[in-house]
Design a protein around this ligand. Structure first.
Ligand code: C2E
Ligand code: CA
Ligand code: CA
Length: 408
């Protein structure tokens, strides 16, 4: 067993009574490194420090930022520790949240009901093990803003494109642009290793401009080759802080000759937003100019519902965490169904992400989801491979009866 004093524990609960109580229980159990936080923001600041906690005891019900939203920010901050959920809610809510956390790949030691019993807490903390040297060795390399700035100057960012296809007809409706960094030494670097760096260092505007410019230029080339595809680009909330973005997007699309209806802007709230007025105004004006707006990763955060209410989105993307395996997992299925019906009621087109196998695809068909995206259809690819892929996809749709035949 690990030395109890070696475990750094953070307790997040809005009730000061609970904080004191848990602190006392932990101290009695021999855990000496305990930090108490009564709100999500303070806890996230603590997580960003060098000696970040190994275990967080998380209360789900909190006024400002609730536990689910907090988890989402933990993912963005690449939190490497474990979680224990604590709540006065019923079993079902705890179970649902546990699945949600697991979908985010954060190790979860378990959950506790209030009032917390010392034995139960002790048993869960027993399960914690320090990260092995092996895991630490294979940890992803961290890049800093200067690396990224240099990469952009040397044009090392490359767009990959992943198809979005109609579930009813198999038609390739569009592609999502996913940026990669072709690093001269480290090989292909994925966006989760540099987008948050770009956001934190103010490089995200330059990055988005590079990605967007290449994407619409590519869309034009496809159009000239008689491939009419909607082109989707990921937009960070940080891009929406100033009107420059609006002007940039509108002017570039006009100059290249791509109709706004064929440009999809996929928006995620990836970081804490202090002031949402500017993004709201910019998104609304983009929509008035007929650009298509898509709400990305739907279902992973608390803020999504508020965004849906405030912004006229055309498309909703159900997060892959609620798509793959939803045909056999009741909880995932409930999230999937709820997202789908919400989108329907609001008249939005629905895209299911993370369609990985035939069972996932068949669920989309049975439930009438509009578009599918995922490894079952195709992984992201270089632009030059798209025309060939479309041909083979058409054959596959026929051969495997993807859009016809009996549905189980
Ligand atoms: P996202 O927008 O949710 O993009 C979908 C991610 O899921 C992509 O990861 C894609 O490669 C992956 N994916 C596709 N199909 C499957 C599947 O069947 N199973 C699984 N497990 N994964 C699948 P990728 O390319 O690593 O991108 C990660 C995230 O980085 C994106 O998530 C997006 O939020 C962000 N990102 C990518 N490009 C840009 C960009 O140009 N600008 C900004 N701001 N963010 C970007
Ligand atoms: Ca996206
Ligand atoms: Ca997504």
């Amino acid at each position: 067993m690990t030395e109890r004093s070696a475990v750094r524990i953070l307790v997040l609960d809005d009730e000061s009574f609970m904080l004191k109580l848990l602190n006392r229980i932990l101290t009695n159990l021999g855990f000496t490194s305990v930090t108490l936080c009564d709100n999500g923001r303070a806890a996230l600041e603590r997580v960003a420090e060098a000696d970040a906690p190994n275990v967080i005891l998380l209360d789900l019900n909190m006024p400002e930022m609730d536990g689910i939203e907090f988890v989402r920010h933990l993912v963005d901050q690449h939190y490497a520790g474990s979680l224990i959920l604590v709540s006065g809610e019923d079993e079902r809510i705890l179970q649902t949240t546990e699945k949600l956390v697991r979908a985010h790949k954060i190790p979860i030691l378990g959950y506790l009901h209030k009032p917390v019993k010392p034995d139960a807490l002790s048993a869960l903390l027993e399960k914690w093990a320090p990260p092995s040297a092996e895991a630490a060795g294979s940890a992803k390399k961290v890049y800093v803003a200067d690396d990224l700035r240099a990469a952009m100057a040397k044009s090392e960012l490359v767009n990959y494109y992943q198809p979005k296809v109609s579930v009813a007809t198999g038609e390739v409706v569009g592609v999502e642009t996913l940026v990669r960094w072709q690093h001269p030494v480290d090989g292909v670097i994925f966006p989760d290793q540099f987008i948050s760096v770009a956001e934190a260092s103010g490089l995200i505007n330059a990055l988005t401009q590079v990605v967007f410019t290449a994407a619409v230029t590519q869309a034009k080339a496809w159009q000239q080759a008689h491939l009419d595809l909607r082109i989707a680009v990921n937009v960070s909330m940080d891009n929406l802080a100033s009107l420059d973005f609006l002007n940039f997007v509108a002017e570039l699309a006009a100059k290249v000759g791509i109709a706004p209806q064929n440009v999809v802007l996929e928006v995620t709230e990836s970081r804490l937003m202090q002031d949402t007025r500017a993004p709201l105004e910019i998104l609304t004006r983009l929509r008035l100019k007929r650009f298509r707006l898509s709400i990305d990763d739907f279902g992973t955060g608390h803020s999504s519902l508020a965004q849906l209410r405030d912004i006229p989105f055309d498309e909703l993307k159900i997060d892959q965490g609620f798509v793959h395996r939803a045909w056999k997992d009741e909880t995932l299925r409930a999230m999937y169904d709820a997202s789908l019906s919400l989108a329907r009621q609001l008249g939005m087109e629905v895209v299911a992400e993370g369609v990985e196998d035939r069972d996932d695809w068949d669920l989309l068909r049975r439930t009438g989801c509009d578009l599918a995206q995922g490894a079952f259809v195709s992984r992201p690819m270089l632009a030059e491979n798209l025309p060939g892929w479309i041909e083979s996809w058409r054959e596959r749709v026929q051969k495997e009866s993807l859009t016809t035949g009996e549905l189980k």
